[in-house]
Design a protein around this ligand. Structure first.
Ligand code: BGC
Length: 767
């Protein structure tokens, strides 16, 4: 066997020799590199342009439609056995075109839950299995690198892309992303972890300068990426659009070489975000190995810099080599015969099941799980037109989306459809009016998040019939989400018509002694404090992918007890978030700020001062005891859990904590346990508590217990001391808090740590 492999390798090598040129995949990368001309090298680090773009691509006649709808391809050099590899979006599933010209087949992909729902599961194994299913679609549809996951910090509730991201906490973001990467890459395809880094708003995102202290960068904005790189070894990383302290991230050697490679040991490739940065030569010099989707200008910039000596061929070679290594490990080079037939049926089950674990039960006065309910009245436009996920590059061309109405019917409920026609017509009409209001010459027109239609409030007569004929009311409120836009302040609040509907339905059903459940089909945080007391239950369903309506129904009926918890805080008021002072909000208007500078008028969006430093999310709310609607880590269950026997040990290398969790309720369920650390008094200002690890129990039967073991490196007790430019662990006694949320600490233990210090490069400084 071994012998025959050797013989065929020798034959292949000979075949390469015969043409005189080394072949990638057969000869060493160094040999191939040596055989490349300067022109080939420069072309190779630049992508093939983008279909539908301005034609300003690096190579004439550029875009190769290997996988139509994919975001990018790399430059092929057939004489050296270098194929074009395919880069395609995520993160909620693969984004390619569902149909192709002159081809009767369809190429639908599974729309999995949005990122925020995945992190709400607090279940790394489950996220890994979702990643594995996504990776299979990437592989079987002929793509090589999946442009996902996305893990920027939820710095502010109105960031339009929070739905793709995971959390306000870097440990949740990093662990979720690492699990996702491990899952996808099991399929021998790559990931591109994005957007590295500090891409925390869409407003003027391609020009915005994020001004952030080195401490906040290290502890908050880079930490999740560091965890992902160290734990999951992604094939690639995507730099972001914005600047950090005056330099485009894609042109920052501090970020892409000193921190990412020298300090963290990253061995893969860095690519730009699409058209990111403004100088191709500076990108190459910084260690941004591949420029996507590629422009003729970048080719010229690199060539000019090589000529005037500001960029050397040796610097270029570093990037070319990394591009070669990426292509070499791709399925394309290995000649993988993809089927175009991923297992969509199996993946529909994966998405339905995973969505169950990320839905968060916010309120429940006992109405859920539903008992003795047969006839259901549904309200709210979104009940009929469920939102699977967001738009823009995170959109997935799926075959269908199960609405709440259909989910309930699938489960055998008798849903009152007397209001269905009226709702559907109303939704159509408002959507058409919105489309008609758009400027067809506006390049962003196809991407504007369609505002949710105004709500319909039944007449007293219609309402009386709905109350009479049904056992319960379910109202869904929805919010669209999408790339290119930050949300408006109005999007955060319930609209006037939503409030009117909620008031009318609860008044009518409660008067008849019947219950009301609200389902939130949203991509991000909304205001709940002013109204969450009105209905009998509130289920935060997020945007749960194509099986959304089925997953919601499974939770409502108690097929599974909810076990999702919030990966971010729900503030009482928008302005309570520390970052509100420095986020481009116009609270007076219902406007979306877009990624275009000119759309924001006079407001200063050229730079964003992250003046709150490390005080993001619960670090802020808990330090200053600010009342919140729902704290970080919060989520109800149909059962309840008791925590006991907390222990913690620090051997100087690893902190190991254990806690026993017992299901003391009536039904089976899982519990997500959070381990926070409260540090001793220090020279540095510290948050009241910080999450260091978390875990989830298996499904515990009533009366059953499980001991969870949570570990993390002792070095993670450190804070970043800017003066010393070092990670410092203070000597002293640390409190370890086992929480059901950041404000529901069930038991504690303590352990000592010795002082230690790890120096870091003095980089990424404020100018
Ligand atoms: C987005 C990226 C995406 C890329 C390619 C950009 O607009 O920011 O997340 O991967 O486009 O579609």
């Amino acid at each position: 066997m071994k012998k025959s492999i050797l013989i065929s390798a020798a034959i292949l090598a000979l075949a390469g020799c015969q043409s005189g040129d080394p072949q990638l995949g057969k000869s060493s990368v160094d040999k191939v590199l040596k055989a490349m001309t300067l022109e080939e090298k420069v072309h190779f680090v630049i992508g093939m342009g983008m279909a539908g773009s301005d034609g300003n691509s690096a190579v004439v006649g550029a875009t190769e439609d290997i996988v139509p709808g994919a975001a990018g391809t790399t430059y092929p050099i057939p004489r050296l056995g270098i194929p074009s590899i395919v880069l395609a979006d995520g993160p909620a599933g693969l984004r390619i075109n569902p149909t192709r010209e002159n081809d009767p087949n369809t190429y639908y992909c599974t729309h999995f839950p949005i990122g925020t729902l995945l992190s709400s599961t607090w279940n790394q194994e489950l996220v890994e299995s979702v990643g594995e299913a996504m990776g299979q679609e990437v592989h079987e549809y002929g793509a090589d690198v999946y442009l996902a996951p996305a893990l920027n910090i939820h710095r502010h509730p109105l960031n339009g892309r929070n739905f793709e991201y995971y959390s306000e906490d870097p440990v949740v973001a990093g662990k979720t992303a690492a699990a996702y990467v491990r899952g996808v890459q099991k399929n021998d395809v790559g990931t591109s972890v994005k957007h590295f880094a500090y891409n925390n708003q869409e407003t003027n995102r391609t020009g915005n300068n994020a001004i952030i202290s080195p401490r906040a960068q290290r502890e908050i904005y880079l930490k999740g990426f560091e965890i992902t790189v160290k734990e999951a070894d992604p094939w690639t990383i995507m730099s972001s659009y914005n600047k950090i302290n005056g330099t485009y991230t894609s042109q920052s050697k501090d970020l892409l070489t000193t921190v990412l490679r020298d300090e963290w040991g990253f061995k893969g490739l860095v690519m730009t975000d699409w058209y990111g940065g403004d100088n191709g030569a500076e990108q190459i010099a910084a260690g941004n190995d591949m420029l996507q989707p590629g422009t003729a200008l970048q080719y010229q910039q690199i060539m000019d810099a090589l000529k005037d000596g500001s960029l050397t061929e040796a610097q270029l070679d570093v990037c070319v080599k990394r591009c070669l290594e990426l292509v070499k490990r791709s399925p394309k080079v290995k000649g993988y015969a993809y089927s175009n037939k991923p297992d969509l049926k199996a993946h529909a089950t994966v998405t339905r099941q995973s969505a169950l674990e990320g839905m968060v039960l916010l309120e429940n006065n006992g109405v859920l799980p539903l008992k003795d309910v047969k006839n259901v009245a549904v309200f709210g436009c979104t009940s009929f037109d469920f939102i699977a996920g967001g738009t823009g590059s995170g959109n997935v061309n799926r075959a269908y989306t199960v609405s709440l109405l259909d989910g309930l019917k699938n489960a055998g409920f008798k849903v009152d459809e007397s209001n269905k026609e009226t709702y559907l017509k109303h939704i159509e009409k408002e959507k058409a009016a919105f489309q008609a209001s758009l400027d067809p010459n506006d390049a962003l027109a196809p991407f504007y998040p369609v505002p949710r239609p105004s709500e319909l409030v039944p007449s007293p007569k219609e309402m009386a019939a709905l109350v009479k004929n049904n056992d319960i009311a379910i109202i869904t409120f929805g919010r669209n989400s999408g790339e290119f836009f930050d949300r408006s302040a109005a999007d955060f609040e319930l609209s006037k018509s939503e409030r009117t509907l909620l008031t009318a339905v609860t008044a009518a059903f409660h008067t008849a002694g019947k219950k009301v459940v609200v389902v939130l089909n949203v991509g991000g945080v909304i205001e709940t404090h002013s109204w969450s007391w009105m209905p009998d239950a509130v289920l935060l369903a997020w945007q749960a992918g194509q099986e959304g309506g089925n997953s919601v129904t499974d939770i409502l009926t108690g097929v599974e007890s909810p076990s999702g918890k919030l990966p971010m805080t729900f503030p009482m008021n928008l302005m309570d978030a520390a970052s509100s002072l420095n986020f481009p909000i116009d609270a007076t208007k219902d406007v979306y700020f877009t990624n275009r500078r000119e759309d924001v008028g006079q407001k200063d969006v050229d730079q964003t001062d992250y003046a709150e430093g490390i005080y993001v999310g619960y670090r802020w709310f808990d330090k200053y005891n600010i009342s919140v609607s729902y704290p970080f880590g919060y989520g109800l269950s149909y059962t309840s859990f008791e925590y006991s026997e907390p222990t913690v040990k620090n051997d100087g290398k690893t902190v190991t904590a254990t806690v026993t969790v017992k299901n003391v309720g009536e039904v089976a369920g899982k519990e997500a346990v959070q381990l926070y650390v409260s540090a001793p008094e220090s020279k540095l200002d510290k948050p009241a508590k910080e999450l260091k690890a978390y875990g989830k129990t298996k499904k515990l039967a009533p009366g059953e217990s499980q001991t969870l073991t949570l570990t993390f490196p002792t070095s993670e007790l450190a804070s970043f001391d800017e003066e010393a430019s070092a990670w410092k662990v203070d000597a002293g006694t640390y409190q370890f808090l086992f929480g059901a949320s950041s404000r529901d600490i069930r038991c504690t233990a303590e352990a000592d740590a010795a002082a230690s210090e790890v120096p870091a490069h003095r980089v990424l400084l404020k100018q």
